[in-house]
Design a protein around this ligand. Structure first.
Ligand code: SAM
Length: 309
């Protein structure tokens, strides 16, 4: 899949040029093929673990992801385009398209490759330091094969950009996705589970095997759809309180809620227990067993903060 057409020969071409191609009998039979290692060598790039550089080499997966952004007029922000496995598929419709890439060598190469598409651009830098409103003019879909090292901050970024991000289609580690939907009580349930329930609807769309990437990761991945929305009936202040309480209440897994929250909020045991009782939560429970609704009930009755409903 020699997709990194850096020569000026790529200029002036349109639409699916540069899109992933299936090569040879292997591809016809369904096996991924890839020119990614050669493209990386040509650029002098050794995949960086710190930057989460596991490049997509299976064109079928790239096409499946691109097909999820159906409306050709819908602006797209791509996080970490890398060598562009998804990029040309997404930019080809002529939609407003901004890719943000931290690795300057990859960003520069991609810039040349995107030159034919006047509505597409590459921003060199860290997605976490950008504001979506500076990247696109209208409500956008964020698309990413996420660098796994920034999964949590990237999700936080996506759900805190307001109306400028209406949806995201993201590749993440399968274990991570399980944490997002984990039921209270299990060891996978944590403050990120509560955070995402507060701020978005999350849906697993499909699974991707390690063989779809170079270098090959040790774990499976999944593609998620994330639609930012505030938890129904809550205020921004309540959601911020829930985030703070959930972090405090789940930070020390072996402590009871009364102990963990009492210590974090510097309130005495009797006050903590009365607060929890008043919100209908047994003070002897552990933080990771609470549902998001129970955290909201606690936030609404936090001593010294809010009036009881
Ligand atoms: N989208 C490409 C693909 O599917 O083959 C590359 C995906 S690779 C998993 C992650 C990409 O994100 C890399 O190109 C890496 O350099 C880039 N990256 C890592 N941290 C980043 C950050 N904070 N902001 C923007 N890009 C980042």
């Amino acid at each position: 899949m020699p997709r990194l057409a850096l020569s000026s020969g790529s200029r002036g071409r349109r639409l699916n040029e540069g899109a992933p191609r299936r090569e040879g009998a292997g591809a016809a039979g369904g096996a991924p093929t890839s020119g990614v290692p050669a493209a990386l060598r040509a650029l002098g790039v050794r995949p960086s673990r710190r930057l989460g550089q596991n490049f997509l080499i299976d064109p079928r997966v790239a096409e499946r992801i691109a097909a999820l952004v159906l409306d050709p007029r819908e602006p797209v922000i791509e996080i970490g385009p890398g060598l562009g496995a998804l990029t040309t598929l997404l930019a080809a419709s002529g939609r407003e398209f901004t890719a943000v890439e931290l690795d300057l060598r990859l960003a520069e190469a991609l810039e040349m490759r995107l030159a034919p598409w006047l509505s597409a651009r590459v921003v060199r830098g860290d997605i976490l330091e950008q504001r979506a409103e500076d990247l696109v003019g209208g409500p956008a879909t964020v698309v990413a094969n996420l660098p796994y090292s920034i999964t949590t901050p990237a999700l936080e970024w996506i759900v805190t950009q307001g109306a400028r991000v209406k949806r995201a289609v993201l590749m993440v580690q399968r274990e991570y996705a399980q944490r997002l939907s984990a039921a209270p009580g299990g060891k996978e349930h944590g403050s990120i589970t509560v955070f995402m329930q507060l701020h978005a609807e999350v849906r697993v769309l499909f699974r991707v095997s390690p063989g779809a990437f170079h270098p090959r990761p040790e774990v499976d991945s999944v593609v998620l759809e994330v639609v930012p929305r505030p938890y129904p009936g809550t205020t921004a202040e309540e959601r911020a309180s829930v985030e703070r309480l959930a972090r405090a209440g789940m930070g020390t897994r072996r402590k009871t809620l009364a102990n963990a929250l009492g210590r974090a909020l510097e309130i005495d045991g009797a006050t903590a227990r009365a607060w929890l009782d008043g919100a209908g939560v047994d003070p002897g429970r552990r933080g990771e067993t609470l549902t998001v609704e129970e955290w909201i009930a606690l936030a609404r009755r936090e001593p010294g903060k809010s009036k009881p409903e």
